[in-house]
Structures are given as C-alpha cells and as structure tokens.
Design a binder for this molecule. Structure first.
Ligand SMILES: [Zn+2]
Length: 399
C-alpha cells in the first residue's frame, strides 16, 4: 500500500516537472508517440500527434527557410513513417531525437505562417492524449514580429556555446576528434536500399575510434556515440574544447546519378574548388536547417573574421592530412572520386585552431559503394585506412 502511494506521489511530482518546461532526465516515463499526421481544413492546416502521456512542449518559428519547430521531452517514436507529409501550408516534416532529453518535430512550411493554437487534449472515447497545432498563412511582417519576440525571450537566458580551447595537457597524447556526420532527427543521405547515412558514419567513426584507441599515442574522442543530432557549431566546439590536434568529420554522399561512385576528401576554403565540391558543402551545411537550428541567433560575424585569420595557419595542416588520407582510402578498395583532394566551404570544418578534414566515404546512391559502406568489413577497411593516415600524419609531424 505504501508502495502504491509512493509511486503515485512520485508520478505527480514528475508531472509537475513536465509542466514547468521540458521534463528533466529523471522524469522517467517515456512517452510513446503513436501517430503523427496532417489535416487540411478550410482556413488552416492542422498537425496532430497522438501520445501515451500528457507532453510538455515548446513551439517556435524559424525563417530562411520557413519552419515550425516543436520540442518535446525525449519520446519513443512509433508513428508510421509513411503518412502524407505535404498538406496545406506544410511542405514536409520530420521528427527524431534532437539532443539528449529532447525530441523534435520540424515542419517545413511554404511561407510566413502563424500558429493559431497549440493545444493538448486529454484521452476521450478511446483516443489517447493528442496535441493539435493549427497553422495559418500570415504576412511577412507579422511572422518576423513573432520571430523577434521569441528571440528576445531566448536571449534573456542565452547559453554561450563557444568555449575557449583547453590548454594542452601534460601528456603528449594526440587528441583526435572523430565526428560522425548527421544523427538523430537528421538522417543525412538515404541509400539505394534505404540505409541512412547517419548509421554508416557512426559505424565507421566507432571503428576508427577503436583503431586509434589501441595506440597509446592517441586520445580519440567521438562527437557522438549514439543516434543523436548535433549542430555544426556543437561539432566544431567539441573539437576546440578537447584541444584537438586533428578533427575528422565522416560522411557518405548521395547524388541523382547512380553511376557516380568513390570517396573524396575535403578541406576548408571560402570558395569551393569546383561546382560539385560547392554542392556537397551546401548539402552538408543543410544539416542544421533540417534539424531546426536557429542560425540567425548565432553571431558569426566577428567570429568569422577571427576564424579567417587563425585558419590560415591550420589550413596547411589540414591539407597535409587530406593528402595522406586519400591514398590510404584507395588502398582499402574504395575508388577515389575525381581529383584526389578538394576544397569546399564546410561549416563543420571551421574550427580556427584545429586542422580539420571532411571525408566523404563514398556514394550511397551507387550500388557498389553502398554495399561496401553497409558491410562491417567495408566499414572496418575504411576506418583502418583513416587510422593509417593518422599514423602517417603524426609521424611526419615529429621533429
Ligand atoms: Zn553527410
């Protein structure tokens, strides 16, 4: 009896916590989302979610492109992936884990909109908890006013994301940050067979981590070790905060032409070396847009200048490493795309003081590449190829 009472009062506490904002990690009942759908009404587009518990949620707008973001506590997505995703003002939507304890829905809308209402309805006649979001077109001015109000509110409790790099530690270990591209709400490219880029990048990153961990000279760090979304800024900061000696971002590509195949290694430049490199940088930079990160609230202007100054130094090291990775990947059996090493404007490579490269392992849109990228053996060979290049790079850097 005591137990039952105790459990009951605990639930009430957690419920209280959930109401006051996003539920903290301790508030344990994981909410199941059983259905997500769009409805079209004469004067509005309605977005509906069905849930097992009453959710706490936060909703806000984003511009460039126009989006609506709904943040929830970490939920268990059981909703059908194949419902219609384009209706009324909504062009498309996606959902998934945004970060630890936060799940996110991003709705892409076709222009400035306003949220007429965002309500939660309790279970009734066999229906579970439901969230209704009613959306209507509005004019640009009203949209921007709503956006500015939200930003002002956010700025009050602003979190400073950029931490200064740590001082190099006493030990002479080389810190290598391994960045598995995409994750959580952002699947990245989708392969011929439906495999997600975020899965491939994580598998190769983990194998590279294991390979480097064997060598006592290295202190490898993963930016993510599970299916979580990280903004590009967070990835860059992970490298800086660790005082990294090298930053390796891992991706796999997709393109409309299924005969294109092979790996490519990129380093940063303000202007991409060719159209294709620019296009790839563009799609990688989209990651934040896909996940509903508010880019405008990140002050890039002053920092941009500082970054540019400091980068001239590290660019040379990035190029050196890139030139060592390419032949190693070729030895692993993966073809190399076109010119062996390209330059492109990747935002994830913008740590001013960390030599950084981005490796596109191959094309998920190509059958042969996808087979290699999906197989444990192929992943292992690619990871080992990068590890060999890391060895060569640090060996060459010794006096
Ligand atoms: Zn990618």
């Amino acid at each position: 009896m005591f137990n039952r009472f105790f459990r009951h009062s605990l639930l009430v506490c957690m419920f209280g916590a959930a109401l006051s904002g996003l539920a903290p990690a301790m508030a344990a009942t994981v909410i199941d989302v059983s259905s997500v759908r769009l409805g079209l009404h004469a004067d509005k587009t309605r977005f509906v979610m069905e849930l097992s518990e009453k959710p706490a949620f936060d909703i806000f707008l984003l511009a460039n492109p126009y989006r609506i973001v709904i943040d929830l506590p970490q939920v268990n997505w059981q909703a059908d992936d194949n419902t219609e995703r384009k209706k009324g003002v909504v062009e498309n939507y996606r959902f998934g884990l945004f970060k630890k304890d936060t799940s996110r829905v991003v709705l892409d809308v076709d222009g400035p909109v306003k949220i007429l209402q965002a309500t939660v309805l309790p279970p009734i006649s066999g229906k579970p908890w439901r969230v209704f979001i009613d959306i209507q077109r509005t004019d640009f001015g009203s949209f921007m006013t709503a956006l500015a109000a939200r930003r002002q509110e956010k700025a009050k409790n602003n979190v400073v994301l950029t931490a200064p790099p740590v001082q190099p530690s006493e030990s002479k270990k080389f810190t290598v940050v391994i960045d598995a591209g995409h994750g959580g709400i952002d699947p990245g490219a989708i392969g011929k067979s439906g495999v997600y880029e975020k899965k491939i990048t994580l598998a190769v990153a983990q194998k590279l981590y294991a390979a480097l961990k064997k060598n006592r000279l290295y202190n490898p760090i993963l930016t993510r070790d599970d299916d979580t979304f990280l903004s590009l800024r967070e990835r860059v900061n992970a490298g800086r905060q660790a005082g990294a000696d090298l930053f390796i971002s891992i991706h796999a590509d997709s393109i409309s032409r299924s005969d294109f195949r092979g790996a490519a290694v990129y380093t940063l430049s303000e202007t991409a070396s060719d159209d294709e490199a620019a296009e790839i940088a563009n799609s990688a930079n989209k990651s934040d847009l896909i996940a509903g990160v508010d880019l405008a609230s990140q002050d890039d202007t002053v920092q941009g200048i500082l970054i540019d100054l400091a980068q001239r130094e590290t660019k040379n090291f990035s190029v050196k490493f890139a030139e060592m990775v390419t032949p190693e990947i070729a030895k692993s059996g993966m073809t190399i795309r076109g010119r062996s090493h390209r330059f492109a404007g990747f935002r994830v490579l913008k740590a001013p003081d960390v030599p950084s490269v981005l490796v596109e392992l191959g094309y998920l849109s190509n059958k042969q590449d996808e087979r290699i990228l999906k197989s444990g053996k192929g992943q292992q060979l690619l990871a080992q190829a990068i590890a060999n290049a890391v060895d060569a790079y640090f060996e060459a850097s010794q006096p």
